[in-house]
Design a protein around this ligand. Structure first.
Ligand SMILES: NC(=O)c1ccc[n+]([C@@H]2O[C@H](COP(=O)([O-])OP(=O)(O)OC[C@H]3O[C@@H](n4cnc5c(N)ncnc54)[C@H](O)[C@@H]3O)[C@@H](O)[C@H]2O)c1
Length: 375
């Protein structure tokens, strides 16, 4: 796919598309935003005007039949990801899909296999992999600066759903609100990002133990009337044994006071340690600190402009900063044949880890990987 612009078609023209995906395409001169498709026509039309898409569709099949589109972006509600992404693969398109890519990890592995068999590229909307601070930590692990990794600590905590009147979203259709065990929410929402980051830093998981808890028993749920009694995991804590022998601790919470996105990753190795904190405070999106075995006081690290998408800085709103970076690197993967990262197989592994955390909580035991065989 060398040379020429990348023809892009986007499914979904609402909240996250407007805040993150579409600004990323509009900012990348290598992208030709061919079409936007939404089942609500006014939304597709408004986003096409705002971000300069050439065509508007309301029928997904019409977008998939558009010969100018080489990459399809699935930014629709979670329950629609599986069918839309598989249809895009069947139509021979590369696919970026929002997380979680499917409700069931086994379906996610099926999606990965379908793309691999068709020799198509995939990408999951793992927003925080594209944080300049976290990419730098990952580079320090790869080039040996950190040394052998001993500990990976991951936090994802913000107060997104502390207020019971703020509507909960992306609850799976048909789920039993009064289920005895918590319906996965914080561990799936931002949590699926966090477990992906932990695995990106520490390698494959060997085993997890986890505990989940509901703190806000009644709340507004989008699409349902009045207050709903719904048992979701407002907070999850897990211990991790990595295959490498490293140890991990993680926490996800949607009721922990603090600003978005609320991600913190700490990596401690035999030679050095690094802490990346992605919490918008006083207009700054993230901070990075580094310490060495022979100079143990953590010092702030300033990253070069080349670590940021052109025209962005630490003062760029985090959603736009990370998504512009995701899209510029994804377009480079496709146009310049760079190695894949954060693809559907990574998305499936993240869901497998989420499922293992739920199982560990429900059965009050350690759960070993792989959880699913023959996937
Ligand atoms: N990566 C992240 O950090 C992050 C952050 C927020 C949301 N998300 C994910 O992004 C996805 C979209 O979230 P959102 O908040 O924008 O949802 P939303 O409900 O606000 O918007 C989804 C849009 O998709 C349209 N749609 C539904 N079915 C469709 C179909 N079959 N074809 C075309 N359009 C269709 C809807 O009409 C709506 O306009 C979700 O899966 C969510 O989990 C990811």
């Amino acid at each position: 796919m060398a040379g020429g612009k990348l023809g892009v078609g986007v499914f979904g023209a609402h909240t996250w598309a407007e805040k993150a995906h579409l600004p990323g395409y509009a900012a990348d001169p290598r992208v030709d935003l061919v079409a936007i498709c939404d089942v609500v026509p006014e939304r597709a039309q408004a986003m096409a005007r705002k971000f300069g898409a050439r065509r508007v569709y309301t029928d997904p099949k019409a977008l998939l039949a558009d010969g100018e589109i080489r990459m399809v972006d699935v930014c629709t509600p979670t329950d629609t990801h599986l069918d839309l992404a598989l249809a895009a693969i069947a139509a021979g398109k590369h696919v970026l899909c929002e997380k979680p890519i499917a409700r069931d990890a086994r379906d996610a592995f099926r999606m990965a296999r379908a793309a691999e068999a068709a020799k198509l590229r995939t990408k999951v909307g793992f927003t925080f992999r594209y944080s300049p601070a976290l990419r730098r930590i990952r580079a320090w692990i790869e080039d040996g600066t950190i040394g052998d990794v001993f500990h990976v600590h991951g936090l994802e905590q913000n107060s997104q759903f502390l207020d019971p009147m703020f509507p909960l979203r992306q609850v799976p259709a048909g789920v039993d609100f009064k289920a005895k065990h918590p319906i996965p929410q914080s561990i799936v929402g931002y949590g699926s990002h966090l477990v992906d980051l932990m695995r990106w830093m520490g390698g494959e998981f060997a085993a997890v133990a986890a505990t989940m808890r509901n703190y806000v028993p009644e709340r507004v749920v989008r699409g349902y009337p009045g207050m709903q009694r719904i048992n979701v995991d407002d907070g999850t804590v897990a211990l991790v044994e990595f295959a490498s022998g490293a140890q991990g601790m993680l926490q996800t919470s949607i009721v922990a006071v603090g600003n978005y996105p609320g991600i913190e990753i700490r990596v401690y190795g035999s030679k050095a340690a690094a802490v990346g904190r992605l919490v918008t405070e006083r207009g700054i999106a993230e901070t990075l600190h580094f310490a060495r075995a022979d100079a143990v006081e953590f010092e702030p690290v300033a990253l070069p402009d080349s670590d940021f998408p052109p025209g962005t800085s630490l003062r760029t709103e985090w959603r736009e900063l990370y998504y512009r970076n995701l899209i510029r690197l994804w377009v480079s993967e496709l146009l310049d044949d760079r190695p894949p990262e954060g693809d559907f197989r990574d998305g499936a592994r993240s869901q497998e880890i989420v499922d293992a955390c739920v199982l560990a909580h429900v059965e009050r035991r350690w759960v070993d990987f792989p959880l699913y065989r023959d996937v």
